[in-house]
Design a protein around this ligand. Structure first.
Ligand code: AMP
Length: 354
């Protein structure tokens, strides 16, 4: 267990790093943020911030030697930076979890290798690949860049084979994966945690609604049968165990009448887990810090039903009205001007019982 006053290094200074820092400080730790862009949201609440790029090896080394353990709030940390950092301090969650989540094909190979259901998929780097993949998988389908996609970016829908050329051009020459379109009834996610001793704690699955590829709301509890709920939690635990994972992970699932289909995994605290701040004694941020620090995990049980709404772009103009609502907990990320699609904050609304 890390001692009081120990320093947790966090790669990335966005809102997730900010909320991790607040939780770390509540447990008596300090955080050191590493972020290339000056003045990030996490800097307001961190002990120290380093502003440097991921190829500045001197800055990376100085950062690593100033901390006791390193974690991260986003999965696209460059490999060369990790190579250097891991020689100096432990990185939690581990490299394998990062490598798998950085590459959609590696991720699907790993998940299907565990016997879990994914959308049918094929690697695409050329027009010929795409034609062969479409012949096998059919339409509708979605073409996605294998790396660096988030919030629906780097994706193109293929409703009919005639859309193939435009979709491939949208990949801008990057390697891609073609996925069969899943006719899901709804989307859910499981936020799961694993400690260094192998203990696992999962939160109840939440139901997610996206608009324009960006999460809008998470509602707890999700519409799931008792057996689907158990399956969702068990499959998340299998993923964590297979990776010898330490920390919190988000597992996104498509719900169909036949199966729960894994969309993707995120090796970090997750936007769809923000509801735990209002619904649980130990929220996902504290849970992640507990795991990374080698503390016992919190139990993850839920004491309230919650609807989490993201405040995106000009949604922040509604804050004066939301502040007057009963049972609404506002979280703002301290970002500058609102821009379309920019996550500015979120609100957790407790759903009255009965
Ligand atoms: P992703 O960035 O892969 O999480 O995709 C963003 C959103 O696009 C998902 O949350 C789904 O709403 C939708 N989506 C992605 N892949 C598929 C798929 N294979 N079938 C149906 N919808 C999808």
């Amino acid at each position: 267990m890390l001692d009081q006053g120990a320093i947790i290094g966090i790669l990335g200074g966005g809102q997730l790093g900010r909320m991790l820092s607040v939780s770390a400080s509540r447990l008596g730790f300090r955080t050191h943020i590493y972020e290339p862009i000056a003045g990030p949201p996490a800097a307001d609440v961190a002990w120290r911030t380093t502003t440097a790029s991921y190829d500045d090896h001197n800055a990376l080394a100085a950062f690593a030697t100033s901390v006791d353990v390193i974690t991260y709030e986003f999965e696209n940390v460059p490999t060369a930076a990790l190579d250097l950092l891991e020689t100096l301090r432990p990185i939690r969650p581990n490299r394998r979890a990062l490598a798998i989540s950085q590459d959609r094909i590696a991720e699907k190979d790993f998940l299907t290798g565990l016997g879990l259901a994914c959308a049918p998929y094929a690697s695409v780097t050329s027009t010929a690949d795409l034609a062969a993949a479409l012949a096998r998988i059919g339409t509708p389908a979605i073409l996605k860049t294998t790396r660096l996609g988030y919030d629906g970016k780097g994706q193109a829908r293929i409703m009919a084979p005639a859309d193939a050329t435009v979709a491939l051009a949208a990949m801008q020459g990057q390697p891609a994966v073609l996925e069969g379109f899943i006719a899901f009834s709804h989307e859910v996610s499981v936020i799961a945690a694993r400690g260094p001793d192998g203990s696992v704690a999962c939160y109840d699955p939440g139901e997610n609604v996206h608009r324009d590829g960006i999460l809008r709301t998470t509602t707890i509890p999700a519409r799931l049968t008792a057996s689907q709920r158990t399956d969702a939690v068990l499959l998340a635990a299998r993923i964590l165990n297979a990776l010898d994972y330490v920390g919190v992970m988000g597992v996104e699932l498509f719900v169909t009448p036949q199966a729960l289909i894994v969309n993707e995994i995120a090796p970090r605290v997750h936007n769809s887990g923000h509801w735990t701040q209002a619904g649980c004694a130990v929220d996902q941020f504290e849970q992640h810090i507990r795991a990374v620090a080698g503390w016992p995990l919190g139990d993850g049980s839920r004491h309230a039903d919650v609807v989490m709404e993201n405040l995106i772009g000009n949604d922040v103009a509604r804050i004066p009205a939301i502040a007057r609502e009963n049972g609404a907990a506002i979280h703002l990320y301290g970002k500058g001007a609102p821009r379309p699609g920019r996550k500015m904050g979120h609100v957790n609304r407790i759903v009255p019982r009965g």
